[in-house]
Design a protein around this ligand. Sequence first.
Ligand code: B12
Length: 214
Amino acid sequence: MSVDLDKISQALGELDEQTLMGMIAEFLTTNPTQEEAMEVVKACQDGMVIVGNLFEKSEYYVGDLIFSGEILQAAIEKLKPVLGSGAGQTVGKLLLGTVQGDIHDIGKNIFRSMVEAAGFEVNDIGVDVPAATFIAKIKEWQPDVVGMAGVLTLALEGMKDTVEAIEAAGLRDKVKILVGGTPVTEESCKRIGADGWTTNAAKAVRICKDWRAC
Ligand code: B12
């Protein structure tokens, strides 16, 4: 791979948009594969961890978080043609949203681009989505998979509440549930009552494909 992934993380961590976009533009001239583009996404994700840590230490402020989000969105836009176009046959239907209480959506949007590229039809219901909206959309749209996103620790509760509400509505056996975002772990997945979890969008796509294959 022709690009220095650590430098990508560092540029995003330092909010150095010019350097980051320059490196991405150069990377794109090398005719990269989807896997290589995903490694760049991962490096950007690591850069966001640097941003988060500096925010925790009060060296960065909310304005810096917002700016980091904008830089990452711009980087993902540039990488989108390599991450996938979404063309081709539909392999399944995925309902996707960030759970109630959480407005973070950058990771969700990356996952959406990638799963669309893998042939899924995606109904993205946005951020801060109440359980009742998930339920109404499951009834109306009948997805195969429900993806719940969240990066706040609080989102784990939102996910658990949503799964419980889906169960109470008698819809639990109609859908597979996949949870994703930084705080999600094997243990929290079990507690939430989801069928799968991941903090990696490429792995999430593989899980969705495997579910549709069986
Ligand atoms: C950017 C950012 C913001 C932006 C969000 C912009 C946006 N449109 O999303 C803004 C400025 C709005 C923001 C606001 C806040 N934020 Co903020 N934010 C971040 C930051 C820096 C990056 C998050 C991010 O985008 N990461 C990059 C993406 C690519 O990673 P990801 O989400 O994990 O996604 C990957 C995978 O998880 C997976 N994936 C993601 N979603 C899904 C979904 C499914 C279904 C699947 C299968 C996979 C999947 O695919 C992705 C690619 O591989 C983090 C720091 C960090 N280290 O995470 C803090 C962070 C998450 N924020 C934090 C906080 C505290 C806040 C605020 C409360 C700040 C405030 N005081 O107002 C508010 C929250 C408001 C709310 N109710 O949600 C804390 C959370 C602490 C906690 N433990 O709960 C963090 C960790 C910062 C910190 N270290 O303190 N934030």
